[in-house]
Ligand binder design. Structure first.
Ligand code: AMP
Ligand code: MG
Length: 391
């Protein structure tokens, strides 16, 4: 059986080539830029007023007389008005500053009497309240670097420079196949021996947390032909996630079905708790994650492994890791990596109750998974552990 580190290494080694597409900025939130962008224009594109106020030539002003207001410049208008010494223009925020004007005084700092204004701003200097052309970015400057995640502010910034479509890394196509004869869909009657299907719903939500919509979610019986058919129909996806049927029971038919469909097994079984029977394989196109069906194992393997693979497509680290001190003691078995449901606190991280792999009650309120080392057994309060933030 391989270790968690080896398993992750195998998955990252298989990384498929990233795909790139041009996306309109309004649809590009959360995507990662696949190109470095250079400013196509100066921004601001012209000298403009930072305030509602009065624009004038500080250089020509005699520094004592009131100024005569001879016209008005609105945002969006041209800057063709001319001013002479001791003359001013009424101006508004964002309005272009005429060439001979070098200073704007805020309207709150003047006393106006008819067409005359007296300047009352002791701190006023030549250049005050003017946003010079190109003071944010000059044409040709690097605007944003390849690899940058597009945030709302980043999108607004690029739009302000006249960009519309930008190259981003495409998200992978992900298919979900849920196996299990015992499963019934929400809303159906629960007969003896049956349980509500929850993994497909949980995985769909987990993918949506990464802004990925699964291309298909199929529910199939523990019947080899049905499982094979379901796999075959999804082999053009980038990632296929299966749940259930990967263990050693008579109805654990998934590994054999995958083999029949031409999937190459990379590993089966990892030294970990939960999710020991975890299977990973590939085709020339797809990465296949077959997860043991217990709901906590499914969610854990998704966050710990599937997300790592998704990261290689999107070029984005979707979940953050931190190191934090433990808030409680914990004793574990040697020889197994543990992934524990945890909750971060102001001081560290608390290990929650109900850690068994069929239970989700603590997972439902967890905000992280704590990794406990394969080789250790005794963890003491205050010891530093690695946590993966999942919420
Ligand atoms: P398996 O990996 O198929 O042996 O399933 C392990 C456990 O997880 C069993 O108790 C199953 O009933 C349960 N299980 C499997 N698939 C699901 C699912 N989609 N939703 C809820 N429980 C499941
Ligand atoms: Mg099963």
């Amino acid at each position: 059986m391989i270790t968690v580190t080896e398993a992750k290494h195998h998955i990252l080694k298989q990384r498929k080539h990233t795909r790139v597409e041009k996306k309109p900025l309004p649809d590009a939130l959360g995507f990662v830029l696949a190109e470095t962008l250079f400013a196509k224009i100066d921004t601001p594109p012209f000298d403009n007023s930072a305030m509602d106020g009065y624009a004038f030539s500080y250089a020509l002003w005699d520094k004592k007389s009131p100024l005569k207001v001879i016209g008005e410049v609105q945002a969006g208008s041209e800057n063709s008005l001319k001013t002479d010494a001791n003359e001013a223009l009424r101006i508004f925020t964002g309005a272009p500053v005429p060439p001979e004007v070098d200073t704007v005084i805020m309207q709150e700092k003047v006393e106006r009497d008819g067409d005359k204004i007296r300047l009352l701003d002791e701190n006023l200097k030549q250049g005050s309240n003017i946003r010079p052309k190109g003071s944010q970015t000059k044409k040709g400057d690097m605007a944003l670097q390849k690899g940058q995640v597009l945030t709302p502010a980043g999108i607004s910034y690029l739009a302000g420079m006249g960009f519309y479509k930008v190259k981003v890394y495409v998200k992978p196509k992900v298919s979900i196949i849920i196996t299990g004869k015992e499963l019934v869909k929400a809303g159906e009657t629960l007969e003896t021996g049956k349980i509500y299907e929850s993994n497909g719903i949980g995985l769909t939500a987990a993918l949506r947390q990464l802004s990925i919509e699964p291309v298909s979610v199929a529910l199939v019986d523990d019947v080899s032909e049905a499982i094979e058919k379901a796999i075959e129909s999804q082999l053009n996806s980038d990632i296929i996630i299966l749940t259930g049927g990967v263990s050693v029971g008579n109805y654990d038919l998934v590994p054999a079905a995958l083999e029949k469909c031409g999937v190459e097994k990379i590993f089966h079984k990892v030294n970990q708790k939960p999710g020991k029977p975890f299977y990973f394989g590939t085709t020339s196109k797809a990465l296949i994650f077959a997860l043991p069906g217990n709901p906590a194992a499914v969610m854990t393997c998704f966050y710990e492994y599937v997300v790592e693979a998704i990261n290689t497509f999107t070029q984005k680290k979707h979940l953050k890791t931190l190191t934090l001190p433990l808030e409680n003691d914990f004793i574990k078995k040697p020889g197994l990596t543990y992934f524990l449901k945890g909750k971060t606190t102001e001081k560290g991280v608390e290990v929650l109750d109900s850690q068994l792999s069929y239970m989700l009650n603590s997972f439902a309120v967890a905000d992280c998974l704590i990794t406990l080392d394969e080789n250790k057994t005794d963890y003491k309060k205050g010891e530093i552990v690695t946590v993966l933030l999942i919420a």
